[in-house]
Structures are given as C-alpha cells and as structure tokens.
Design a binder for this molecule. Structure first.
Ligand code: FES
Length: 478
C-alpha cells in the first residue's frame, strides 16, 4: 500500500505485543485479522535494533507485520506508514430516512453498536439533540465477527477484553452526548456485538448449529456493564445468530409490507423478505472486500479514500487530501464504469490484458482485487435471488440499510449485477439506530420487537441449490 505519511519512533523492549505498545503511544494499528498475520494491514518498517519473527532474527531495515515481530534488543526504531494505522474521520451513518421519532418527555440515548463503527444520538421531545460516532475499539481484535468470536474463545480474559473495548468506545460517545441525565439508553447491534456487550461468551454463535446463547437480553442498569451512565439499558432482541438486533430494529421500523425486502450490505449481507408465505430471512457472507480488506489499495470510507470513480483520472476523494486508496463505493463504480468502457471483460479481466490498472498516482487495482470484488457482489446478488427463488416470489421494493448503501451509486450497483434490476429501491439509512431510538423513547416497544423476532423463518442459503448457481452466474459482469 503506497503512502507518503510516515511516523518514526523509537520503542523500548516490552513484554507486551508490539501493536499494544504502539497503541499506548497513540499509534493504534489497523489489526484487521486480529494480529493473526493474515491481512497484511499492520505493515511497518523496522529501521534498526534486533528483531525476530517466527524464531528467526530479521535483517534491518526490512518491512514487517507489526503483529508478528518481537524486539530482542533494548530499543529499536521503526517507521509506521499512516495507512497502517486505524483510520479515523470516516463516514459513519447516523441518519435514517423514514418515520418520525415518538415523543418522550425525558432525554434518552440510542446506540447502533456495529462491528466496525458505533453511532449514537441523544433524543428529547421527538427531536435529535446531538449525534456522535466513533470506531469500535474492538477493531484491534479483528475486523469481523468471526475474528471477535475466536478472540473471545481464547480465555475468559479475552472475552473481558472485548467487552471492555466496546464499553470504552460507547463511553466516549456517552461523554460526548452528556449522558448523566438521560432516563434510558437503548442499543441495537448484531448478535455477536450484543452478546459480548452483555459479557456472555459468543462462541456458540460461531459453531454449528449456531444457536445464540440469548436472543432477548435483560434490561440492565448501564453502569452494571461498565458504562458511565446510571440509566437502564435496553437491548434490541436478535432473530438468530446471524440476523441480529440491528435487523430486528430495521424490520420493526420499516414494517415490511408483502413484497418488500430489507437488505443490509456489509461483510455479512443480511436479508429479510416479506414473501407470500410470511417473513423469511437469510445471511450471505459477502466478505470484507467492499470495506477495503484484501484489496491492495483498499481502505474504509475515510479521509483519502476514492469515494466515487468516473473514469481514468476522474474521481472524488473523501476529505481535503490526495487519494491514498479506494473504498467500497469507489470500487463498485470502477467495475461499472470500466466494464461499460470496455476496459474490463465479462470475467473481470483487464483489457487490453495486464495485471494492474492505475486509478490515481499511487492507487491501483490488481486483477486479483477485481476477482475479490466480483465474489463480494456475487454473494449479495445470489443471496437476494436465491431467497426470492426459494419463495417463488420477486420483491417489488427493496430497502437498502447500512452505511455502505448510503454512499453507493445505485445505478452502478445494478449495472454490475450486485442488485437485481427492475425493482424499486429505497435507501433507508441506519435502520438499526432508528429502531434503537424508537425503543429508547418508548420502552414498551420491547413487546413489538419481541414479537418480530418470532416471525421470520431463517433460510440457510447454502442449503439452496439455486444459491450456488446464482453465485457462479454473478461472478461475471453483464
Ligand atoms: S497481519 Fe498483522 S494484523 Fe493482520
């Protein structure tokens, strides 16, 4: 990953892993794989000192994964490229596009606890008074729910570490929103996030038959979980291991009519469809490509990311800065624009034949990156199409929830076949936060939410032969 901004610092030998030492010094690294050495996001340069990796002393200077090296000498100097640090100033969604807030006489707080980001709002008398958002400090244990589950499985202390990380991030937001005087807090998140927040071992969520330890979480005093507030904390209940409270919240807020579908595109693409036979839901593993992981110059939607791509040397960048990489919405545009221009064939191969294409002076895409993007878009498309086929019914209207959906170019998403054509689309925004806001204002909304978690029938997409067929078809660009 090219990057011109470099931080040089000297560190002293310590028993702590290097990423933790750097985090203490104010340089938290992007530890997407949770320090397993597989993502390559934590690259630093070892400039001097004696270092080892896998029991072998390394020659210096050398580029190395910070999560895999250990300092042998008393001190050592390193250089950290900005791009290896946890990215801040990202686009985080705390808006939703429908419904009005119920009246409530006292101030309350609603929180969307995401795997990557956390968004919160303070509400009083039907109005949003303040918004706040931050990254989930659990990111340092891996950027996806599977990495979090496997970290929690390590030991009781690992679960406590994860729980405290989420609590620390939420406390930042509570401080910003001045939570001392609020009368209630409500939170919605995926099942793994809610389970960990309540201090419960999430490991059953990662193993067949994927049974959540709890779907309905008790109302707790927020301070019992370590949060800096005395108000009661309500948690939106989960439908299943992979269809969490964030989707329950969206479902209850949107009150899907027959023929309507809710799709939340993320690392996991969750779908709820109001089919003729009732509500059905499914989750498709789209992978983290659209979040920038596994892509040479991929990054999240933060300052320096190419957000939209219109053709060679024509793009828009987030923030007042030169392009440093490309985020999901930009990559999706790239596929559509270059396919239309004839620079990508239907298999996603570059035309004329070559391995990489430069998008900006230091930003490129490799054919292997394009293959990852095609897999991600195929997972979303095949999830929707296979579920429809299973129900023998096509959705007329599709609500798109989540941050990625808010920034993508809908026409391009349809052009590359990620979203099926011929449907009405509605960008719904942060439906998870909307549901949490409703619950915070009206705690008796709990009864409605608990009713909703009983209705959807969960379909395991891998058990549908049509899923694989659609997946293979959608690996192509039309
Ligand atoms: S390779 Fe170091 S965190 Fe992934």
């Amino acid at each position: 990953m090219p990057d011109k901004t470099i931080h040089r610092l000297t560190i002293l030998r310590s028993a702590e892993p290097l990423p933790e030492v750097l985090a203490r010094h104010g340089f938290p690294l992007d530890l997407r794989c949770g320090g397993k050495g597989t993502c390559g996001r934590c690259l630093i340069k070892l400039l001097n000192g004696r270092w080892e990796c896998d029991g072998q002393e390394l020659p210096v200077p050398i580029q190395a994964k910070a999560c895999q090296v250990r300092l042998l000498s008393d001190s050592g100097e390193i250089a950290i490229p900005e791009i290896s640090l946890q990215q801040r100033n990202g686009k985080m969604s705390s808006d939703w596009a429908f419904g009005s807030l119920p009246e409530c006489a006292e101030p309350v707080i609603a929180i969307d606890l995401g795997t990557t980001t956390i968004a919160a709002v303070k509400i009083h008398q039907g109005r949003i008074l303040k918004r706040a958002s931050c990254y989930n400090a659990q990111n340092r244990f891996g950027d996806n729910i599977i990495a979090r589950i496997s970290h929690a499985e390590g030991s009781a202390e690992s679960l406590v570490e994860l729980q405290r990380a989420a609590v620390a991030s939420i406390n930042e937001l509570l401080a910003e929103l001045e939570a001392e005087n609020v009368s209630r807090i409500a939170i919605a998140g995926n099942t793994v996030m809610s389970t960990i927040l309540h201090g419960i071992d999430p490991s059953p969520l990662g193993k067949i038959p994927f049974i959540p330890p709890l779907r309905v979480f008790p109302v707790r005093k927020a301070s019992e979980l370590g949060l800096k507030a005395e108000a009661p904390l309500y948690t939106v209940p989960a439908i299943s291991a992979y269809i969490g409270g964030d989707l329950t919240a969206g479902l209850a807020e949107l009150r899907l009519a027959p023929g309507e579908m809710l799709v939340d595109i993320g690392t996991n693409c969750e779908i709820i469809f109001h089919a003729p036979q009732g509500l059905v839901c499914a989750a498709a593993a789209a992978g983290p490509a659209f979040e920038g992981a596994g892509i040479h110059c991929g990054m999240r939607a933060v300052d320096g990311a190419i957000e939209h791509y219109f053709g060679k040397d024509k793009f828009s960048v987030i923030g007042d800065t030169d392009p440093k990489g490309i985020c999901g919405s930009g990559m999706l545009d790239f596929l559509a624009v270059e396919r239309q221009a004839g620079h990508l064939n239907e298999f996603g191969r570059l035309q004329p034949q070559r391995e990489t294409v430069a998008l900006a002076p230091e930003v490129f895409l490799h054919e292997r990156d394009i293959a990852q993007l095609l897999k991600a878009k195929a997972a979303v498309a095949s999830g929707i199409l296979a579920l429809e086929e299973h129900c023998q019914s096509q959705a007329g209207k599709i609500f798109l929830a989540g941050g990625f959906a808010q920034y993508l170019n809908l026409n391009n998403a349809i052009a590359i076949g990620m979203l099926p054509a011929g449907r009405e689309y509605c960008i719904a925004g942060n439906t998870s936060l909307a549901g949490a806001a409703h619950l915070a204002c009206q705690p008796d909304f709990t009864a409605t939410l608990e009713k909703y978690i009983e209705s959807p029938q969960e379909i395991h997409l891998n058990s549908l032969p049509a899923f694989e067929d659609h997946f293979i078809d959608n690996l192509m660009l039309s």
